[in-house]
Design a protein around this ligand. Structure first.
Ligand code: ZN
Length: 176
């Protein structure tokens, strides 16, 4: 089998294990792994991204932020390049939520090419989820604010891929 396919399956399996006890915020509370799979799938099959490092980073993009996974662990299994991209898209959870959101906007433009692709795909998937099955208990205003914030982040990275930019705009039309 091609090494790329083996690595992609290993990353999907690793992420599934790490996120095994988590559910998405949406009203359907779907298994968390659906999200990183959707992000990697969007990059590969809607945006035509073929770079394996980017796709593996997409599968792993929430493991450090949302599970006990460390950058060292990812580097040992998937290499330093993948670990670096995942770190770039990982928020510092020690900071208050508003500060983290502000930082995403401030830092987006300085991300690497690969991290920008993952960031864009992540935001597209989140808007699709938010429009399709919004988190229980999120009032209209909060959902609107989420769309606005996502747009601010994406406006700073969208030049990396016109195709992803167009997919974001399509998802944004579902703004509540
Ligand atoms: Zn994500």
């Amino acid at each position: 089998m091609q090494p790329a396919l083996q690595t992609l399956l290993a990353a999907a399996s690793f992420a599934a294990h790490k996120h095994r006890d988590q559910r998405r915020k949406g009203a359907e509370a779907s298994p968390y792994i659906n999200h990183p799979l959707a992000v990697a799938n969007l990059l590969a099959n809607e945006a035509g991204v073929e770079d394996v490092t980017t796709l593996v980073a997409a599968l792993l993009h929430d493991t450090i932020e949302d599970t006990a996974t460390t950058a060292e662990e990812i580097a040992a299994r998937f290499g330093a390049e993948v670990a670096a991209v995942v770190m770039e898209v990982t928020d510092d959870k020690r900071l208050p939520k508003e500060e983290r959101k502000r930082r995403q906007v401030d830092h987006a433009g300085a991300l690497s090419h690969r991290a920008k692709l993952v960031k864009l795909a992540d935001k597209i998937c989140n808007l699709r989820d938010m429009a399709g099955a919004p988190p229980a208990g999120w009032p209209l205003e909060r959902r609107r604010e989420y769309f606005e914030w996502a747009r601010q982040v994406v406006d700073r990275v969208r030049a990396v891929s016109p195709r992803l930019g167009a997919l974001f705009d399509e998802a944004y039309t579902q703004r509540p």
